[in-house]
Design a protein around this ligand. Structure first.
Ligand SMILES: [Zn+2]
Length: 424
C-alpha cells in the first residue's frame, strides 16, 4: 500500500510530497508508523490525528525543533530533505498545508486554499469561493468536473486480481493475466500515480507498443525541450533527419541535422524558417491514445456508455467523424501529466457528454471522447468551440485535425525572426 503525505502552501503550485510504500503494511498500519505519528504530533499536537488535511501557521520555532527532527529522519528517508527545504523557505505569517493520505477533489481543494489565504490576510474564503464559482459559472452549469491530481496515487478498477475484467478487451483470469502494473497514462510521460488495475498484460503491451508510441512521437520534441526545466529527465528526439535534445552540462538546446536533404530553409528579409522532416505519424492513433488514457480512469458506472469508444481505441471499428482536438502550449512544463474530465449533466446536442482536458509537459489538450452512447448524433468537427467558450481562459487554442486514419507526414518548423535593420 501507499501512504502519501503532501505539503503545500496557499499558492496552488507550491507543493511537495512523500510517499511511503509497503508491500506488507496496510494503510492504517502505515499511518501508525513512527515517522507519521511524529509528523502528526507536529501538525496537530496529537500523534493519532485522523488522516485528513490540515493547515498550520509557520512559526520561527520550527527551525529549532521540527526541522532538526526531520533531518534525523532524512538520514533514512532522503526524500525528506526536499520537504525540509520546502518548509524552510515558507515565510513567517504564511500557512503550511499538510495532508495525510487525503485526496481532496478540485472544489474541496479550492475551499481549503481559500481558507489558508484568508488566514494569511487575504479576502474572506467564502468570497473567494464565490468568485471562483462565478468565474466558472457557465461551465459548471453544464458540466460536472472530475479533477484528478497527479500528487495522489489513484488506482482504477478492482484491487483483487480475481475480480478484474480488462476494461479494454473484456479478458479475465485465467485466460488473461494482470501481472504487470498498467500505467493509465504512459509511464514514459512521467506518470507514476495513475494505475489501471483492470488493464490486462496483453492490452498493456499492445497499447504500449502501438498507439501510445504514436502519442510519444507526437510529444517527443516537447519532451526533449522540457529537460531545460528542473525535474524533467533528459530525452533526445532522433529521427532520420535530425537530433534534438538538451545538453546535460550546459543545459542548452542542442540541435543537429543528420540528413540535409530532409531540411528546407525558407528565408526572407525578416526571418529564416527551418522546416525539417519529422517522419510519418498516424494522428488517428494519437487521438486513440489520448482517449485510451481517459478510458483507463472511468468508473464502473461510466464504462458501459463507452463500448463503441473502447472498440475504436482497440482498432476494431472506425469512427469516421472525429472532432477537432484543441491544443495550447505553455512556457513552463508540468512536472507530471494529469487529467481533468467534464461530464455533461443533462442531455444536449450542443455539448458532448465527456470532454477531457489533458496536461502533459508544455501541452494541454482538450478533446471529445467520441463514440459515447450518451451522445445521440455524430459531432460537428468544431463541436469544441462552444465548450471553450464556457471556460474562462485566455489561452490561444490551436486546432488539431486528427481525422485521417492513414499516416501523415509531420513537418517541424522553427522560425527565427530578425530585428528589422531600420528599426527606430
Ligand atoms: Zn485486455
Amino acid at each position: 500500500m501507499v501512504y502519501v503525505v503532501h505539503f503545500f502552501t496557499s499558492d496552488e503550485t507550491e507543493n511537495v510530497e512523500i510517499a511511503l510504500e509497503s508491500l506488507t503494511l496496510n494503510v492504517s498500519q502505515l499511518s501508525d508508523i513512527k515517522l507519521i505519528r511524529a509528523l502528526k504530533l507536529f501538525v496537530g499536537n496529537d500523534e493519532h490525528l485522523p488522516d485528513s488535511t490540515y493547515a498550520l501557521p509557520v512559526i520561527p520555532q520550527w527551525k529549532e525543533n521540527v526541522l532538526p527532527f526531520m533531518k534525523k529522519w532524512a538520514l533514512h528517508i532522503p526524500k525528506l530533505n526536499e520537504i525540509i527545504s520546502f518548509i524552510s523557505k515558507i515565510e513567517e505569517g504564511k500557512y503550511l498545508g499538510v495532508s495525510f493520505n487525503d485526496s481532496l477533489n478540485m472544489f474541496e481543494k479550492k475551499k481549503f486554499l481559500f481558507e489558508m489565504k484568508e488566514r494569511e490576510g487575504g479576502l474572506p474564503a467564502k468570497q473567494q469561493y464565490e468568485d471562483f464559482l462565478r468565474n466558472n459559472e457557465k461551465l459548471f452549469h453544464i458540466y460536472q468536473p472530475y479533477a484528478l491530481s497527479y500528487k495522489y496515487r489513484t488506482r482504477f478498477g478492482p484491487n483483487e486480481r480475481g475480480l478484474r475484467v480488462c476494461r479494454y478487451c473484456g479478458g479475465k483470469m485465467p485466460g488473461t493475466t494482470f501481472k504487470n502494473v498498467s500505467h493509465t497514462i504512459s509511464n514514459s510521460l512521467g506518470n507514476i500515480n495513475f494505475i489501471t488495475n483492470d488493464e490486462c498484460d496483453n492490452c498493456n503491451a499492445h497499447f504500449g507498443a502501438g498507439i501510445e508510441q504514436e502519442f510519444l512521437k507526437y510529444v517527443s520534441v516537447y519532451r526533449s525541450l522540457a529537460a531545460k526545466f528542473e525535474g524533467h529527465p533528459y530525452y533526445t528526439t532522433k529521427t532520420e533527419a535530425f537530433r534534438l535534445g538538451v545538453d546535460e552540462e550546459t543545459n542548452q538546446i542542442s540541435f543537429s541535422i543528420l540528413d540535409e536533404k530532409k531540411l528546407k530553409i525558407v528565408s526572407s528579409e525578416n526571418y529564416v524558417k527551418y522546416i525539417v522532416d519529422g517522419g510519418y505519424i498516424n494522428y488517428h492513433n494519437v487521438y486513440r491514445a489520448l482517449v485510451k488514457y481517459v478510458i483507463g480512469m472511468l468508473s464502473d458506472d461510466q464504462l458501459p456508455f463507452f463500448k463503441k469508444t473502447i472498440s475504436w481505441v482497440n482498432g476494431e471499428n472506425n469512427i469516421t467523424q472525429l472532432p477537432i482536438v484543441k491544443q495550447t502550449i505553455y512556457n513552463e512544463p508540468e512536472p507530471r501529466p494529469f487529467m481533468n474530465m467534464f461530464f455533461r449533466k443533462r442531455p444536449s446536442d450542443q455539448y458532448p457528454y465527456l470532454v477531457a482536458d489533458f496536461h502533459v509537459n508544455h501541452l494541454e489538450f482538450i478533446y471529445v471522447i467520441p463514440g459515447c452512447q450518451q451522445d445521440k448524433k455524430e459531432f460537428q468537427e468544431n463541436i469544441l468551440d462552444d465548450f471553450l467558450k464556457l471556460r474562462n481562459d485566455h489561452n490561444q487554442w490551436y486546432d488539431l485535425h486528427m481525422n485521417c486514419p492513414q499516416p501523415m507526414h509531420m513537418n517541424l518548423k522553427a522560425t527565427y525572426y530578425f530585428r528589422p535593420k531600420n528599426e527606430n
